[in-house]
Design a protein around this ligand. Sequence first.
Ligand code: PLP
Ligand code: COI
Length: 343
Amino acid sequence: MAKKNIDWGNIGFGYVVTDKRYVSYYKGGTWDDGALIEDDKIVMSEDAGVLQYSQSVFEGLKAYTTEDGHIVCFRPDLNASRMAESARRLEMPVFPEDRFIDAVKQTVKANQDWVPPYGTGATLYIRPYMFGISPVIGVNPAEEYMFRIFVTPVGPYFKGGAKPIVVRISDFDRAAPRGTGHIKAGLNYAMSLHAIVDAHKKGFAENIYLDPATRTKIEETGGANIIFVDHDGNLVIPASDSILPSITRRSIHYVAEHYLGLKVTEREVYLSEVKEGKFVECGLCGTAAVVSPVGIINDHGEEIRFASGTEKMGPVTQKLYDTLTGIQMGRIEAPEGWIVKIC
Ligand code: PLP
Ligand code: COI
């Protein structure tokens, strides 16, 4: 076995076909034993539940090469439980959480030549997903499901890596009150595609969505939660029932309090407060985004600029980034249970 011949330091956030993927099939009320396979193609009915009524949920986590040369992943138990929540909300069977973790380990191990080496800035993105595969024509859940995991090596989600990005306030909503914004369902991302294409055309890296009921509060972006730093250097995190409970955000909350001694408040954050200059730093956080600094929020032509500027991460965001990635790469001791060794 030898590492793939890839220019690890210069890859973007893209998909490449790797060697093995994990598959398990749900039929007659039970999941089969599951297996690693080589075929990256899926054959299904033209009337599969996922094709007709978008019955699909997914997860995203990463595998890292640590400083001492092991391959690990970060808090996969939380991805397993979030996927179970997502499945329940879409009337899908739950893939058992212990099997989820085992399948992640098996898939990464089988593709270890694709795990970027330590220090390259790249990581292995792991995509577990599940969908209704049996035919459905009346609006009903499918009876059969496929759970799969593939992996792909990735670099930074936003071009320019750690350089602050410019985002805009979206006119579109991504979630509905009492809808599905809090789960990781493919349909939420379909909702956001027009908005992201339009944002990119206009030169913005992402959309900030406001709360769908009143459109006065900050929710999240299409692929990450948001964090703010106030004038006292403390962390303020927007709370909402219609945003995805980001594992990165929950980890940052803990790191800020327990490693950096910051005060952390999770509360509703009004766009008006952001405009009034209550915050000096802003960042996006997620598995793909890691911690990406925001330099400017554009609200219909009005620019909200953060004191941290547009050249580099603000000091608090930088400390959060360094501590979180330090834990993930084994440079900083992790809280109990956060790091799962694969090989
Ligand atoms: N919000 C959305 C809409 C996302 O797609 C993601 C990515 O998973 C996140 C937040 C961040 O979540 P996590 O930190 O668990 O990756
Ligand atoms: C992740 O961070 O894992 C996501 O699912 C976000 C997606 C935009 C790539």
